[in-house]
Design a protein around this ligand. Sequence first.
Ligand code: AMP
Length: 538
Amino acid sequence: MLMGLMQHQPLLVSSILRHAARHHGAGEVVSRRDDATIERTTYAALERRARRLARALLALGVVPGERVGTLAMNSDRHLELYYAIMGIGAVCNTINPRLAQDDIAYIADHAEDGILFADPGFAAIVAAVAPKLASTLRHVVIMGDAASLPDIPLPAGIRLHDYETLLAAADEDYAWPNFDENAACGLCYTSGTTGRPKGVLFSHRATVLHAMVTAMGDATAMRATNRVLPVVPMFHVNAWGLPFAAPMAGAALVLPGRHLDPDSLIALLNGERVTNAAGVPTVWLGVLAKLRERGGRLATLQRVMSGGSAFPRSLMAEYARLGVTVSHAWGMTETSPIVTWNSPKPSTLALDSEARLDEQARQGRVVFGVDVRAENETGEAPWDGRTQGNFVVRGHWVASGYYRMPETAIGDDDWFPTGDVGVITPEGFVTLTDRTKDLIKSGGEWISSIAIENIAVAHPDVAEAAAIAIPDPKWGERPLLIVVPRQGRTPEPEAIRAFYHDKVPRWSVPDRVVVVESLPHGATGKILKTELRRIYAR
Ligand code: AMP
């Protein structure tokens, strides 16, 4: 083998911020504080503060490989914390503050976080979980200034600090070190609906490669002139990698803090001239409902990246009328998360507008660096758009096992089972039918709950919908549809059922339609079908 004569530098997360500071130093990072005021900084200033923070972490005794927990919304502070923790070779354990306190304590304990950083708004959570973490937790840092430091009781041996005082005491003279690119940089626990959360341990190499590929033209198409608003939280798979992809391209980041209601989001999208945004469908449903209710428009928004659950086709058309393209992306915490992204192919351009919308509603096609197969009893299912299989994935940013669960380890060439089911079209577009456990099997036929829900929300009276399987003595299971009305509307169950006529085979039409005020959502915005099944499938 003749080796290439090229320099070798490890793919480290710190190189992204260093690049942004040097080549996009004036690139903006905009944050909305708890009191709704707007704070502005630049990549150059943020990198300097990240260096100070790196020194502060070292002064607190953080060593490479150590886990540092964060309980925080999207903000400049959380961003500089990401880079400081990862930059010194420690591991940023983002914890979802919406989880039950018992799960939060479990995660921080399982990760053995030595330090916990928390937004002032989450001080009460810290006070509640700290007693359970007394064996490993040494410091709690509240992410504000001295004035925002709440008086929270902590067990002896755990010291309380405020973020700005720590930072002010540290020197900014720090050079980001080089180390093995396979070192861990982030740890995010999946909030499965059953069992304890499981830790996905990202590496620097995987994170940098994922950012490079997701910045490509047929994915986020990240440009220095973009202004990007991740509604998806930084505690949910690193906000889908946007805190890395945006500075890599020099794009501005607009971080909404805890102001995630539709009115606040619309104001921020327009006020900060946001061009690209990302979040789960529930967020975009809420924004659309608000615009329907009181009019108004999204003046600068061009593209929405949607993932986490299926974005209904009918709402994609409505967003298109507002001048916004909604792109499905599919993946999971275990895949960093992007596996597929929906962008047109040459063959797409030949389709009429309805067929194009059908294609846009699919979960997308595989980006370079990862791969997917749909597997059934006979092996890989053909790419015919009809034959269903269980999706398995592998690639540079796919987990090879869960943290501290050696029994889950898989080899580098092995396929990781996603738990999702679907089909692949001849053009390679992946369509998700369901989570394996959410599929409805009626009289031997599979019914896709996603397909049933997509039709329901196309009805003018329906804002949100969930289809679940109900045990049935004759058919095994039958679909039940639960709907939330649109503002000022009263859905009629029989009219909703009639709406399915000509859209799906007769046996797929829900037997019963239940109207409710709201649906239960989990900590990452997904509808909690386990909860619905507990209530209705008895
Ligand atoms: P999480 O690990 O919390 O990000 O959840 C990952 C799961 O969300 C996947 O396994 C899918 O079931 C679901 N999901 C992600 N993206 C999509 C999408 N674009 N459409 C439908 N479901 C999705």
